[in-house]
Structures are given as C-alpha cells and as structure tokens.
Design a protein around this ligand. Structure first.
Ligand SMILES: [Zn+2]
Length: 121
C-alpha cells in the first residue's frame, strides 16, 4: 500500500468551497465567480441563467461584442475553456490555444468536436 500518495496531496473540502469558477451571463456579458455546483444558477442582475466555464476563462470587456459572440458560440458547442489537445505527427498530444475570433472559433468547434463537453441538462 506504500505506493499510494499521502492524504495531504488531495484537496480538502474547504479548498473545494473556496475554488471559484467563472459563471457567465451572456445577456449582461458579465462573469460571476462562484463555487462549483451542479445546480443551475441565476444571474443576480438580469435573472437569466448562468453558464459555468473553466477557470482558465478570462472575461472580455462587456462592450467587446465580437469577443462575447465568440465565447457564446464556443460554449454553445461545448467548449467552456477546458483544455483542448491536438495529436501531432509525433503522436504526442499538445494543448491547443483557444481561437481569437469567431471565424477561427467556427473552424475550432469542428476540428475538436470530439473534445466538446456535452451538457446533459
Ligand atoms: Zn445577466
């Protein structure tokens, strides 16, 4: 049993609670930091539903329409800023950068569709 890692290597309950994820409202174009939850969340400003995305997401300015359109598009297709990988010629997997424009995003969601996250709700 000595192969197992010591317990201190695992996150504690308290840490999980303090671990906040961006929750997006596409109506207000705002990001709200909240602990992870499976419950659906409501935007405190407009009452619309929030979408939880990866902590790697950083919100564009609320006035940046093209960027928010791109983000909404990606999320619709199951790309919530989770890590996405591509396999290269050496058969290794490499992390892919997220697209910078909506046009790039349209190619991105097709190319990496196997890695999209499907929401069951
Ligand atoms: Zn809102």
């Amino acid at each position: 049993m000595s192969k197992f890692k010591h317990h201190s290597n695992f996150p504690k309950e308290k840490d999980v609670q303090n671990y906040l994820f961006p929750n997006l409202c596409f109506e207000c174009r705002k990001s709200f930091k909240k602990p992870q939850s499976n419950k659906s969340r409501i935007c405190p400003e407009c009452g619309g539903s929030l979408v939880e995305v990866s902590r790697k997401f950083s919100a564009p300015k609320s006035t940046d329409n093209p960027q928010w359109e791109k983000v909404r598009f990606l999320v619709q297709y199951g790309f919530i800023f989770q890590s996405v990988y591509e396999q290269r010629d050496d058969l290794g997997y490499y992390k892919v950068n997220y697209p910078k424009t909506l046009k790039e995003a349209q190619e991105f969601v097709v190319k990496y569709k196997e890695q999209a996250i499907s929401k069951s709700s």
